[in-house]
Design a protein around this ligand. Structure first.
Ligand SMILES: [Zn+2]
Length: 208
């Protein structure tokens, strides 16, 4: 009788062990398949991201193409008879920029950028539109428009400063210094420096 019980118990233990073993294996399998699903998910996700990047890239390419087309279209703009030309010279030694405005030469009316550029080989076109064109040029020297205002015998005299730093009389004005403010008088006594014709004209206008 005892022998039978022991045998039964042994069989039971074996059965339980086998059952548990099966359970563990199946659990592991589920985990593995879950991991696989995750990996797949990630792959899909990265596919999607790549797709988005491609989309963005395509958009960027489109934008670049549009910009190039627009630039090309801009170059094709023809100049109106009222167009003004602005020539800007930048002098690297004194870091001044001189500006000169002119009206469009009649021969250039209705011309596009390429045609006009041929007439100004030493100039770079900074702005191109039907009513205004800005040309620019970089030069190594000084602008040559450095002035100094001084008071001589009660009147303002304009001196031009040459590239050696020497003063040369430029113009004797009829502007009396009597009515200037004390600050202006001190400023003049020290030599009032002005750069560019525009600034000079403005200074003279302010005194008058
Ligand atoms: Zn200068």
């Amino acid at each position: 009788m005892n022998k039978w019980i022991i045998t039964l118990l042994a069989v039971l233990v074996i059965l339980v062990a086998v059952f548990m073993g099966v359970q563990m294996v199946s659990k592991q399998r589920t985990q593995i398949s879950q991991n696989e699903a995750q990996v797949q998910n990630q792959a899909e996700l990265s596919d999607k991201v790549t797709d988005e990047c491609v989309e963005e890239w395509k958009e960027m390419e489109e934008d670049q193409k549009t910009a190039a087309l627009e630039a090309n279209a801009e170059e094709q703009i023809k100049l109106s008879p009222n167009c003004s030309f602005l020539f800007q010279k930048h002098y690297t030694k004194c870091n001044h920029t001189t500006k000169e405005y002119t009206n469009i030469p009649t021969t250039l009316v209705n011309q596009n950028q390429e045609e006009v550029a041929k007439h100004y080989p030493e100039w770079k076109i900074e702005k191109w539109s039907a009513n205004e064109v800005i040309f620019s040029q970089e030069l190594a020297g000084e602008c040559g428009e450095h002035y100094r205002l001084k008071e001589i015998d009660g009147k303002i005299v304009i001196y031009q400063i040459n590239s050696n730093g020497q003063e040369e009389e430029y113009e004797k004005t009829e502007i009396a210094t009597d009515y200037l403010t004390e600050t202006d008088k001190i400023h003049l006594a020290n030599g009032w420096e002005v750069n560019g014709k525009q600034e000079l004209n403005q200074a003279i206008e302010d005194f008058e």
